[in-house]
Unconditional design. Structure first.
Length: 195
């Protein structure tokens, strides 16, 4: 389930919805200026680990790359500020793409995903398949990388004035992560700041 907001930047209501419910926020924007104005909100969502799906309009498929009215390279513009983005060119792939977009947005480190929908795809009729019909390729690693942890421990041990500077990721990771951080701070006696 998602919340759709018309005429709202991804940095406003959908972000609040995602933060307060833990579900994926969703925003719809028009092609061209609607998509380019969403970039700031998408970057904010990426930096704050907010699960968000942004569905953007696009010119018809046959006009992409022809400088059509309000055409923008939305997938190219948003590539640096999203976890992943899609340009749907086949209506029969639309259901799979949307299900995968929500899966990517909420899996691993949460973040924004963009789905660019050309006008002809928006008006086309296709077959719907439920999420159980797909096998998603995106599977983030959940096991810790022990080599990275050992390097971090070595750096902490060598630090002259160590300080834990933590972010919202600790809270987003859940009560176990917050409890683990609290235990680490108590064991080391190092000061801790939260961004």
């Amino acid at each position: 389930m998602c919340w759709f907001a018309r005429k709202a930047a991804p940095s406003t209501r959908p972000r609040v919805y995602a933060r307060s419910t833990g579900r994926v926020g969703c925003v719809l924007v028009t092609s061209g200026p609607g998509a380019t104005n969403a970039v700031t909100g998408l970057l904010d969502a990426q930096m704050d680990s907010i699960p968000l799906v942004c569905i953007t309009g696009q010119v018809p498929t046959h006009l992409i790359g022809n400088d059509a009215f309000q055409e923008a390279d939305t997938t190219g513009i948003t590539r640096p500020c999203t976890k992943h983005n899609y340009l749907v060119k086949d209506v029969n792939r639309l259901a799979e793409t949307l299900h995968e977009a929500f899966h990517v947005a909420r899996s691993g480190r949460p973040g924004p995903v963009l789905v660019d929908l050309p006008k002809d795809i928006q008006f086309a009729t296709g077959l719907y398949k439920p999420p159980e019909a797909f096998s998603f390729a995106y599977r983030p690693p959940y096991a810790p990388d022990m080599a990275v942890i050992e390097r971090a421990v070595a750096m902490i041990a060598e630090a002259e004035r160590p300080l834990f500077y933590t972010g919202g990721g600790v809270i987003n990771a859940g009560p176990e992560a917050a409890a683990s951080l609290t235990e680490l701070v108590r064991l080391t006696g190092f000061p801790v700041l939260r961004r």
